[in-house]
Write a protein that binds this ligand. Structure first.
Ligand code: CO8
Length: 257
């Protein structure tokens, strides 16, 4: 496929996906979802890539789903557009590699939903967040109604979903939507530093921590604890042994990918 919307730059175990449609503030259209799906397959199969970073070109992260494209849809097409987007974001969420959203600007509607499907959100102090769908007589369609309450609680989520308000990165941080706010020029260096830190840890442990935490959210507490014990013990066949041995020998661990 001839990629048009998502640029990928990979170096030092980190793949940076840049959504590159700045003339429409990186609004998400059908082509975007096709590209995202293929890019995720590619990243999933590449053993040299351990961490994924998603950001936007220009002044927006993503200003939502493409309103011009949606305005031409009938209910059937809208349902399909929503299902395709939900599936792509779910695939992103379940990727066996940590995904960091580097939110450089507007993260509205579908853009906020994209950030929600990432594991961690680091924002520029210039970023803005919101779910303005109700201003258009719509509701979120990429699982924002499901992920937002799980992440920031029902009250905060309904505040954003009812009001359609745009909030600052700092307000988003206070709600737990964003983990860290930095000056615009520090955004990518901070995200890369975090990505490099994660990439230096035990790769199997990182993969499992994501899997267990995410699966656990969908389980009752006891089943989640059982899953944790199973995966905890699985590390005693390989990576955990090396990590603990390295600690006791006062040397850096030698991980195997
Ligand atoms: N879709 C399409 N085009 C867009 C979008 C968008 N979401 N956002 C901005 N653009 C375009 C503008 O139309 C404009 O194009 P042009 O230059 O051709 O007129 C260009 O980007 C630049 O935008 P502005 O001139 O508006 O830039 P400003 O800096 O003045 O304003 C804003 C920035 C405040 C972000 C403003 O652009 C805005 O309000 N955008 C729309 C935000 C929004 O409502 N997003 C939610 C969309 S709905 C949604 O995401 C639902 C997701 C679920 C879908 C489920 C599938 C059915």
């Amino acid at each position: 496929m001839d990629y048009k919307i998502i640029n990928v730059d990979s170096s030092e175990q980190i793949a940076t996906l840049t959504i590159n449609r700045p003339e429409a503030l990186n609004a998400l259209n059908s082509l975007f979802f096709k590209e995202l799906d293929l890019r995720l397959d590619e990243i999933s199969s590449r053993e040299d890539i351990q961490i994924v970073v998603i950001t936007g070109e220009g002044k927006a992260f993503v200003a939502g789903a493409d309103i011009a494209e949606m305005a031409r849809m009938n209910p059937e097409q809208a349902k399909e557009f929503s299902r395709v987007g939900q599936a792509a974001f779910r695939k992103l969420e379940l990727l066996e590699k940590p995904v960091i959203a580097a939110v450089n600007g507007f993260a509205l509607g579908g853009g906020c939903e994209l950030a929600l499907a990432c594991d961690i959100r680091i924002a520029s102090s210039k970023a803005k967040f919101g779910q303005p769908e109700v201003n258009l007589g719509l509701i979120p369609g990429y699982a924002g109604t499901q992920r937002l309450p799980r992440l920031i609680g029902l009250g905060n989520a309904l505040f954003l979903l009812f009001s359609g308000d745009t909030i600052t990165a700092e307000q988003a941080r206070q709600m737990g939507l964003v983990q860290q706010v930095v000056e615009p020029e520090s955004l990518m260096p901070t995200v890369r530093e975090l990505a490099a830190k994660i990439a230096s840890k035990g790769p199997r442990a990182i993969k499992l921590v994501k899997q267990v935490a995410r699966k656990g959210l969908l389980m009752d507490f006891e089943s989640g604890c059982q899953l944790e014990s199973r995966e905890f013990s699985s590390l005693f066949e390989n990576e955990g042994l090396e990590g603990m041995k390295a600690f006791l020998e006062k040397r850096a661990p030698k991980w195997q990918n």
